[in-house]
Write a protein of this length. Sequence first.
Lengths: 297, 318
Amino acid sequence: MITKLDVNSAASARGLTDITIRNLFILPTIAFLIIFNIFPLIYSLGSSFYDYSAASNQPAVFVGLQNYRDLLASPYIWSNFSITAKYVLVSVGGQVIVGFGIAVLLNRVIPFKGLITTLLLLPMMMSAAVVGLFWQLLYSPSWGPINYVFGLGDFPWLSDPTAALYAVAITDIWMWSPFVMLLSLAGLSAVPKHLYEAAAIDRASGWYTFSRITLPLVAPLLLIAIIFRTMEAFKTFDIAYVMSVQPTTELIAIRLYKLAFQEWQTGRSCALAYIMLIMVLAITNIYVKYLNQVKAR
Amino acid sequence: MAAVRTPAQRIRDRLAIVAVVVITIIMLAPIYWIASTAFKPRSLATTVPPTVFFTPEITPFIKLFTKRVQLLRPVDKQTYDAAPWWEKLVYDGGERVLKVGDQPQLSAYPNRFLNSLIIAVTSTFLAVAMGTITAYGFSRFRITGEPDLLFFILSTRMLPPVVVAIPMFLMYRQVGLVDTHIGLIILYTAFNLSFSVWLMKGFIDEIPKEYEEAALVDGYTRLRAFLTIVIPESATGIAATAVFCFITAWNEYAFALMMTNRNAQTAPPFIPAQLGSGLTDWTTIAAGSVLFLLPVALFTFLLRNHLLRGVTFGAIRK
């Protein structure tokens, strides 16, 4: 007879031990990620200390921190960073306002609510390349539907140096507001109904109810949405690259791509990649911390 | 149980419903525009004012799959009458289908679509298979430094594609994996693997441990308990994870742009690249986009109850 107490020893006698299973199940994934993510990053850390171009046959020359020094001293790179910062601010800000706004509107008894919610989520499931492509058509100065509907004449959305970044951000807001909406809806639906009833009995104003009951209870999920979208907006490549060729929309990821794959300054691009990587990892760290906090509740 | 609503609240509810309907229409308008352009005659795609009502036609889809040239003069009646229906549609648009012998020449689109399919399906299978067993490992066994390992796994997902692509390109060039299916499959598997581990861990955590313990007592090996109890119990989770991974790989643009150019090029870098080539035919581009977006739209409806969990890496379950 096998009693519950010797489950482990009995199992090991019959087949693989739990330790073996655990290692077999976990190690391949860890190894795969180390080989295809960490090893390349170590390789590029090495390259970042060299003056090296993958397109020429010249041997790599060790230059120490020169690439980093040059990059951080270059006004162009700082302008890429400031474009990126502006883009993140406008696009994430817009997503929070639109997404949270829709969620507040949706948070009541509405006919076909499930269907409407799913339809509203469609944009964020689509390919950014195709979305960017089609917004070019919508933004077309002479025959685009946007200028026609809003009566803007021939406004050159994507070829105007100032407007282009906002045009890309608007597309990003269209695509990702649903994400903020989804998380806000989850937060809103978790607010206990009796709190609202109590507030109603106390004749609390709409704003008071919203700022003292709704907002604090939705805040953790909204914060997760904001951090995640900030990280993604910071990394944005596809949508801006497809939509615009303006130097004023050259986000840091686009600069990195051009440095690496068009100018073939491999060593320097690896250094820029590392600067970007450190920033992304910092945001990831904050994100995971909040994710675990919400999970724990 | 609608608590007692005051008249003011009821009016506010009505207004909110109107606002929701208006917003939904605005949000869906761009998608409608893509879809409707795919069924327009070419002459109506770029009119002022924009054409909203028209007789739909499928010419753009026929043009999508064939190689064509502009007609210099109208075809003679004999050739036109002898042509099959789909070829007539192309003639009507002032173009001629290129042929080798009797066979129409295919455009690059079907090939790119197939590449997308092969690469997305294979990488999804690998990511979900590895992700499921790893998630089980994390869910059921004691692992030293578990939070750190899980953070490490998630952080690989957050790496900007361009950052990973530079060294990967150099390494792929050494071993001849640039512009190959395997090259992209490896990248997408790595990209989706972390997501798959996190999401599946959430699903497996929800299956009571007692199920397997009972099986172990009954003389099952750990492996058999995993295969016959945990896998069927988490079938929904596996399906949802697979669909998420598929959509990510299917939509991916940056890696595909940098790592492929012909042989293994997928649809996302191909579709926008058509813009520059000669006279832009938006109807054909729209037709290609619609076919490409269709699977994702279907999957979104299938996934609707798992979306929240998916976008938060399994952390929030509703």
